[in-house]
Design a protein around this ligand. Structure first.
Ligand code: SF4
Length: 357
C-alpha cells in the first residue's frame, strides 16, 4: 500500500475541465473558504452544468468529521477526521493567549519518525495527507466555530504539530500554506512548521523561491547526537553541526525579530533534563542563530516508560538557560484529558472530555 498523498482536487478539476481558465480555480478556492458557501450548489458563479458535475466528482470538503471531543476546561477540542479513503487522522483546536484560536494540524496519517515519547510514532506511517486534507482542517474548524457563536470565532494561528512530519510531505504542506495565505486572514508569521529536522529538506528550503516565509520550529530534544538518537531515532549523522550551520543560512535569508527559528525541547525525567544537559544546550544554542528555546513538559502516553520532569526540575533547567541569556518559554499543557496534547495524537479513545459531535 502506498504512503503517498492522494491527488488533490485541483488536479481532478483540470482533468474534468481542461479548457477552463486559471482564474476559475482561484474562484473555486476562494469559495471553499467563504463561510456563506456551504456546497457546490451555493457557488452560483459557476454554470449549472459545471456545478452538477462537481457535485458528482469532487467532494465539497476533503475530510469529514467522525468524532469531535471537547476538553473539560473548554479550551481544547479535538476531531477525528476521515480522509477520502476513510483513513482517520486528528486535528486540534486550542485557545491561545490572544483570546483567539490556534489549530494544530496533521500533515500525515501516522508518522515514520518513531520519536520514542510520541504516540503518533507508534502507528507507523499510513500515508501522507493531500494539500486539500491539510488545508481543509482549517475549514472544518471554522464551521465548528460558526456553529458555536458563543465562542471566539477567529483562528489566528496554525501550527504543524499534529500527526506526521511535515517536511516529509513538504509539497502538500507548502500548497496548503499557500492556500491559507491566499484565502484566509492568516499571515506567514502566524503559521509555524514544526519539524524533527529533516536536514536535506531544510537545506532545500533555503533555495526554494516558492517556500512561504512561515516560522520554523525544530524539535531538538537534546544538545548531543547520541543522546538525541535515543529520543529521535532518525537523527542524522553530524545533526547538530549541520543544524547550527542551517540556522545561520536561514537567518541570512529570512531572519528578523518576528522570524526566528525556535528549538522545541521536550523535558523527559532522567533522560534530557539534568543540569549538565542544560549547560550543553546553552553551549549548542550559542553556536546557532537561534534566539528562542521552548521547553515542553512531557505529556503522558500509554505504554511508554518516559515520565515528565518534575516542576522543580523544569524550573532549574529553564533557569540555567535564562541565566545564560537565552530566551526561554514553556509550552502550556492543554487537552491531556482528550489525548489532544503534544505527542498524544494516535486515534485513541479517551475517557475524559465530552463527545460533542
Ligand atoms: S514527534 Fe512528530 S516527528 Fe516524532 S514521531 Fe511524533 S509526529 Fe512523528
Amino acid at each position: 500500500m502506498t504512503t503517498e498523498a492522494p491527488p488533490n482536487r485541483h488536479d481532478r478539476f483540470l482533468q474534468l475541465f481542461p479548457k477552463e481558465p486559471a482564474f476559475r480555480l482561484r474562484q473555486i478556492e476562494q469559495a471553499y473558504f467563504t463561510p456563506s458557501m456551504t456546497g457546490w450548489e451555493s457557488v452560483t458563479t459557476l454554470s449549472k452544468e459545471m456545478r452538477a458535475t462537481l457535485m458528482q466528482e469532487i467532494p465539497w470538503i476533503s475530510c469529514t468529521p467522525v468524532r469531535t471531543l471537547s476538553g473539560g476546561t473548554g479550551d481544547t477540542h479535538k476531531v477525528v477526521l476521515a480522509g477520502y479513503d476513510k483513513q482517520l487522522f486528528e486535528s486540534v483546536l486550542m485557545a491561545n493567549n490572544r483570546g483567539q484560536w490556534t489549530i494544530c494540524v496533521s500533515s500525515q496519517i501516522g508518522c515514520a519518525m518513531g520519536c520514542t515519547f510520541c504516540a503518533t510514532g507508534t502507528m507507523g506511517l499510513k500515508r501522507s495527507l493531500s494539500s486539500d486534507e491539510i488545508a481543509d482542517q482549517y475549514r472544518f474548524w471554522k464551521s465548528f466555530l460558526a456553529g458555536r457563536p458563543e465562542l471566539p470565532q477567529r483562528i489566528s494561528n496554525v501550527v504543524f504539530m499534529g500527526m506526521g512530519e511535515p517536511l516529509v510531505n513538504v509539497e502538500n504542506v507548502k500548497a496548503a500554506i499557500h492556500t491559507w495565505l491566499a484565502c484566509t486572514d492568516l499571515g506567514p508569521t502566524r503559521i509555524t512548521v514544526s519539524t524533527v529536522g529533516v536536514l536535506p529538506v531544510l537545506e532545500a528550503i533555503l533555495k526554494d523561491p516558492d517556500w512561504p516565509a512561515v516560522r520554523i520550529a525544530i524539535s531538538l530534544h537534546s544538545p548531543e547526537e547520541e543522546s538525541r538518537r535515543r529520543i529521535v531515532p532518525t537523527t542524522a549523522p553530524r545533526f547538530h553541526t549541520r543544524l547550527a550551520k542551517w540556522t545561520h543560512d536561514y537567518q541570512a535569508i529570512h531572519g528578523n525579530r518576528r522570524h526566528h527559528v525556535t528549538f522545541e525541547y521536550t523535558l523527559i525525567a532522567g533522560v534530557n533534563d539534568n543540569a549538565e544537559e542544560a549547560e550543553k544546550l546553552v553551549h549548542f544554542v550559542r553556536k546557532t542563530s537561534t534566539v528562542k528555546v521552548n521547553v515542553i513538559p512531557l505529556n503522558p502516553v500509554g505504554g511508554k516508560s518516559f515520565t515528565a520532569s518534575s516542576r522543580q526540575g523544569i524550573e532549574i533547567f529553564k533557569n540555567i538557560l535564562l541565566g545564560a541569556g537565552i530566551n526561554v518559554t514553556e509550552r502550556k499543557t492543554m487537552g491531556q484529558d482528550i489525548a489532544a496534547a503534544c505527542g498524544q495524537l494516535a486515534l485513541t479513545i479517551q475517557s475524559g472530555g465530552k463527545v460533542v459531535g
